[in-house]
Design a protein around this ligand. Structure first.
Ligand code: UD1
Length: 384
């Protein structure tokens, strides 16, 4: 049986690593790994292959940056050739990035069966490009592998027949469980010193103390937060005035966020604040270590909400909705939705500062999701 799996952007890499390993247990499976090349920096892509022992992609489509239509269109044109050439029995797509939608459409038009890992997530927010990617991908795929029961229920509500849905658990947590030992051995100050961005004031002086429980960790890159000055500027004022004034803030800076801060004339203000420790996008182990020791996480990332849930880090999710409600406090998780309203963010921040770490593990977030995924695909492929 031939299986092609597709990765494109950073959040795909930690999901494909355990899948590559799990498929090796099937000697009759020939696994071809395709990278669309949406993320292409060493820091956004290459290093994850080394760190997580992912085999080098068999094929790289070299798509690069562009508008959504450019990325999706170029990926479809290039991936069609791959599908015609390789003639796989299955295409496996992961998550909700542009590679996910582009390659599921292409596979189905070439009459190849398609499986979606992380199916059924819904934020209900059609302004999010990822939501469009999720809905279209799930509508097309033959096998919908869900990380939690809420996601399976979303699919049923949309009329998906039971036979297409498999609740398998969260594959991101397979990677977290395998790698947490390596992460724990890292030193926070070394991570920050080794990755600090040029121009960050703290780079010239001595670092503030970075003890476990004594700093905030932050990531922010979603268009809804960084693409408008009216939204971004007050968020920055809050982070500088309230959080960085109280403890160091380690911000792992996505290229999109840096570009937008510069475009809005906010970069200097952030970089010159001695409490703001701006670092380049971090590797997997470094980011996990940062999360393990953070007093609080401020983020708009999807994957970090899940990792905070299992690690118990109080997580202020700077979004109005989430496709991962199982990570929210009302479901026993560590995350609270705070949107981008500074008043709400401030209240939740104060609550988080007095909250204790509370690790929780949703059902089947047990480190073995990839085995269930590989089995589901192979069995379905054999018609069982
Ligand atoms: C993509 C995903 C998003 C995910 C995020 C994580 C989609 C629709 N979105 O968004 O779900 O949370 O990745 O990182 O697929 N850039 C670089 N170097 C790179 C990659 C990008 O400098 O290696 C720059 C690009 O030039 C662009 C910006 O970063 O200006 C954004 O990249 P893009 O691929 O459009 O999407 P992300 O915002 O990263």
């Amino acid at each position: 049986m031939k299986i092609v799996s597709v990765v494109g952007a950073r959040p795909n890499f930690m999901k494909v690593a355990p899948l590559c390993r799990a498929l090796k247990a099937y000697p009759d499976v020939e696994h071809v790994l395709v990278h669309t090349g949406q993320h292409y920096d060493v820091r956004m892509s290459e290093r994850f292959f080394e760190e997580l022992d992912i085999p080098l992609p068999d094929i790289n489509l070299g798509i690069g940056s562009g508008t959504h239509a450019e990325q999706v269109g170029r990926t479809m044109i290039a991936f069609e050739k791959v599908v015609r050439d390789v003639r796989p029995d299955w295409v496996v797509v992961l998550g909700d990035v542009n590679a996910t939608i582009a390659c599921s459409i292409t596979a189905k038009k070439e009459h190849v069966r398609c499986a979606h890992v992380e199916a059924g997530l819904r934020s209900g927010d059609m302004d999010m490009p990822e939501e469009i990617n999720r809905i279209v991908t799930d509508r097309l795929c033959d096998l919908l592998l869900t990380p939690d029961r809420l996601s399976s229920a979303n699919l049923r509500r949309e009329g998906v027949v039971e036979d297409r849905i498999r609740f398998v658990g969260n594959i991101m947590i397979d990677t977290l469980e395998r790698e947490r030992g390596k992460a724990a051995a890292l030193d926070i100050a070394d991570i920050v010193r080794g990755n600090m961005i040029d121009g960050c004031a703290a780079k010239a002086g001595s670092l503030p103390t970075l003890a476990d429980g004594g700093y905030a960790a932050m990531t922010m890159h979603r268009p809804s937060n960084v693409d408008s000055r009216e939204v971004l500027a007050p968020l920055i004022e809050f982070i500088l005035g309230e959080v960085a004034a109280e403890m160091p803030v380690v911000w792992a800076m996505h290229p999109r966020a840096k570009k937008q801060l510069e475009a809005f004339g906010l970069w200097e203000r952030v970089a010159s604040n001695p409490g703001m420790l701006l670092v380049d996008p971090l590797g997997y182990h470094a980011m996990l270590r940062l999360n393990m020791g953070a007093r609080v996480m401020l983020t708009d990332s999807g994957g970090l909400q899940e990792e905070c849930c299992v690690l118990g880090t109080p997580c202020l999710t700077m979004r109005w909705n989430t496709e991962r409600p199982v990570t929210l406090m009302e479901h026993g998780g560590a995350s609270e939705l705070v949107g981008n309203d500074v008043g709400r963010l401030g209240e939740a921040y104060r609550r988080a500062m007095s909250a204790a770490r509370k690790p929780t593990r949703p059902e089947l977030w047990d480190g073995h999701a990839a085995d269930r995924i590989a089995e589901a695909i192979v069995r379905r492929g054999e018609g069982r």
